[in-house]
Write a protein that binds this ligand. Structure first.
Ligand code: ATP
Ligand code: MG
Length: 393
């Protein structure tokens, strides 16, 4: 083994929460992502999680990319392991960080000596390495305050570690620390972003998709499953509960005022999602609603949809502009799939003039003649559970 990946854990978070649980969760999430890239050992010491390859065939590039998507780590870096000898360390720096040394204009060396028997102390070692690098690379100038490149050298009991700048990690909290929630996943741009944002806060997700076959096509369903698959590098494996929704939509169209169609449909979505939550032990619902974006996302409409369940409803993009949501969706790689032009169940029976300010009373009156329980139960009984493996499975 001459290379290892380091994950730096979010320090601030560790103060407030149970540090041990945090570390265990992060390590088990990391371990589950790694088999696709070979055999690795994962352990944590002093707020750093080490991902150590156990065989030469390990795909370090793949593992590194995967570790950048583990919530709970604020920084990730690749690190060269070498002998505890100052000249071996210098060669390791020159070899391992060659491209960074070429590209940088300014640099500094930071050393940490945990092995107190090593003959040079941290400052002496940094001075030695810094001096040598300064001579070997004439284009580099030392800068102790804002260097382009910081060369880190750590002398530990068993070996020395060499690495360059740390790349940003995914941040947030390890998935599973923040409970479990049901996320309503449509084929749009917003709901994958909302799901990702809650997973970032440590929430384990269970996905629900409402499918209106034959009004919406098999391709539309595949698109949603693909969106779920694109989220798995961050969320871990997912189950998508595909709910047959056609019967409810047809019943609403038949017996309710057209202007309330969308809001009543949303109320059914919430009721069914709450049932799914109950079944899987989830404690909240998540939607991609953004205030004022469409008629069904006014404050009054949200009041009406939320009133059918006492579960908390998280709407992490509620205060975001479309542009901000799009920016995240590009970053997490769901955008291109979200904009594929397949119809969604909501677009199938869109009223011409939806009510912008529906009241609970109007909703309840319109629903009075419906067999709500029967419709909900039939939909829940018809659920198809689709398991989605890792992004790389
Ligand atoms: P999105 O981009 O997420 O589709 P949108 O702007 O199209 O959002 P709506 O269609 O009004 O908004 O849906 C609002 C929210 O309701 C969605 O973000 C999603 O959480 C949920 N939702 C809508 N349609 C479905 C569906 N077919 N299956 C599951 N959830 C849905
Ligand atoms: Mg939508």
């Amino acid at each position: 083994m001459n290379e290892i990946i380091l994950l730096k854990l979010g320090e601030l978070v560790l103060k407030g929460l149970n540090r041990h649980t945090f570390e265990e969760k992060l390590m088990s999430n990391a371990r589950r992502r790694l088999p696709a890239y070979g055999r690795f050992k994962v352990y944590t010491k002093q707020s750093i999680t080490y991902v150590e390859p156990l065989e030469p065939e390990c795909d370090m590039d793949g593992a590194f990319e995967a570790m950048k998507k583990i919530f709970g780590a604020v920084g990730v870096c690749r690190c060269r392991v070498c002998e505890k000898d100052k000249d071996k360390m210098l060669s390791a720096v020159r070899e391992f960080l060659a491209p960074q040394l070429e590209a940088a204009k300014t640099f500094k060396v930071e050393c940490k000596r945990s092995d107190k028997t090593f003959p040079l102390n941290s400052i002496q070692l940094a001075q030695y390495l810094g001096g040598e690098l300064d001579e070997l690379y004439p284009h580099l100038t030392a800068d102790m305050h804002h260097p382009d490149l910081t060369v880190y050298v750590e002398v530990r009991d068993d070996a020395a570690f060499v690495h360059g700048n740390t790349e940003p990690g995914a941040g947030g909290l390890p998935v599973g620390m923040g409970g479990r929630a049901v996320s309503l996943l449509s084929g749009g741009i917003d709901s994958p972003v909302a799901s990702w944002m809650m997973a970032k806060r440590g929430v384990a997700l269970e996905m629900v998709h409402f499918f209106s076959y034959p009004y919406t096509s098999e391709e539309a369903k595949q698109k949603v499953l693909e969106l779920a698959r694109l989220l798995t590098p961050w969320t871990g494996r997912l189950v998508v509960h595909v709910v047959p929704f056609t019967a409810i939509q047809e019943e609403l169209r038949r017996s309710c005022p057209e202007e309330l169609f969308t809001i009543l449909m949303r109320r059914f979505m919430m009721r069914i999602s709450a049932q799914v939550a109950h079944r899987v032990g989830a404690e909240a619902l998540i939607t991609g609603e953004s205030l004022g974006q469409v008629a069904s996302q006014t404050m009054e409409a949200m009041h009406c949809t939320g009133a059918v369940t006492d579960l908390p409803i998280f709407r992490p993009v509620v205060g975001m502009d479309k542009e901000e949501i799009v920016r995240i969706s590009r970053r997490i790689n769901t955008f291109e799939t979200s904009i594929l032009p397949y119809e969604d169940c909501c677009t199938v029976f869109t009223p011409k003039h939806p009510k912008l300010k529906p009241t609970l009373k109007q909703c309840r009156e319109a629903e009075a003649k419906l067999d709500i329980e029967g419709l909900v139960n039939a939909a829940v009984d018809g659920i198809e559970r689709v398991r989605i493996g890792w992004g790389d499975d």
